[in-house]
Ligand binder design. Structure first.
Ligand code: SAM
Length: 287
């Protein structure tokens, strides 16, 4: 039996739009320069799929036309282009041991120490649609109860303006909160609808702790610090090592010795930064 070989060059003939090496290389160079995201050859189909949607939406006939549009117009489509490329997978209390660490090692010791600082600054860098900062806000409210004497801010930033808007709105389809502890859901969410479907809206007591802001991690950071904790989880997995080195060097300048950095489950600072020491599963302390 002859097994047909898949010829990826010919595969493009069956596509709705021609997608040449030149198209792919030009688009991935733009993505790398602007976002730090390193699109490997394996991401070719993903790029085709996501950007084809933009071609359809704009009624364009080819990737060449799309590239021309990106280079000519003032930037509106560039935002859509970046939004289409980013991967935004997230969930409430994802990698839950990080939130337990915040509760047990950051907030509780301070609460129990009459002289402990009541100022808490946490940054979610690459917060996607908000589940991560809201999980932190729930941790804060559950641990500290009345925060009247505390000065707590959670800064939540992302490059992608679509997911950021969703985070700011704070309304989640019912399946996003289905696995949450029912008591927690009852305390922090109110039932509502989203696109006529059952949904949950986060409580104002969570929203009041968080500031959502668009920030490209490739650009200078506007905040000063010092930051008690940085959540930079499942973001740098898409960056090459040099980009990671530069990013963590800049992040470390916002943190004092003893402050904490949380990375995603498949990320590490090995050969990337010596400004932090590993103290737990993907938990680092500023040295
Ligand atoms: C996979 S999500 C991770 C969300 C969350 N931190 C978590 O772990 O559940 C990665 C996020 O990083 C954001 N991102 C990627 N490159 C970025 C950049 N250069 N600046 C800011 N955010 C970026 C993406 O838009 C996306 O929302």
């Amino acid at each position: 039996m002859v097994i047909p070989q898949l010829d990826t060059r010919n595969a493009s003939k069956a596509r709705e739009f021609a997608f040449s090496d030149e198209d792919f290389n030009a688009l991935r160079a733009l993505v790398k320069a602007h976002t730090g995201i390193n699109l490997t050859d394996q991401k070719r189909e993903l790029v085709y799929g996501r950007i084809s949607r933009r071609l359809r939406a704009l009624d364009l006939e080819s990737f060449r036309e799309y590239r021309e549009l990106l280079s000519n117009e003032s930037g509106t489509e560039f935002v859509e282009f970046c939004n289409a490329i980013t991967t935004n997978l997230t969930s409430f209390f994802r990698e839950s041991h990080h939130f337990e660490y915040v509760r047990d090692q950051i907030l509780t010791p301070r609460m129990n120490d009459p002289r402990g600082s009541r100022r808490v600054r946490i940054w979610c860098a690459g917060c996607s649609s908000g589940e991560e900062p809201y999980s932190l806000a729930m941790t804060v409210r559950e641990t500290l109860g009345d925060t009247g004497r505390w000065d707590i801010r959670i800064l939540a930033t992302d490059l992608d303006s679509d997911v950021l808007a969703r985070g700011q709105r704070g309304v989640y389809a019912a399946d996003r909160v289905r696995d949450m502890d029912p008591a927690r859901r009852k305390r922090f969410f109110r039932e509502t609808t989203l696109n006529s479907q059952p949904a949950y809206a986060v409580a104002p007591e969570l929203q009041s702790l968080i500031t959502f802001k668009q920030l490209n991690l490739m650009t200078p950071f506007p905040m000063k610090g010092p930051l008690d904790a940085i959540f930079c989880r499942n973001v740098v997995i898409y960056f090459d090592k040099d980009t990671q080195r530069d990013l963590f060097a800049r992040m470390s300048r916002l943190q004092e010795p003893g402050a904490i950095l949380f990375l995603g489950h498949s990320e590490s600072l090995f050969k990337v930064s010596t400004d932090y020491s590993l103290i737990g599963k993907t938990i680092y302390r500023r040295v």
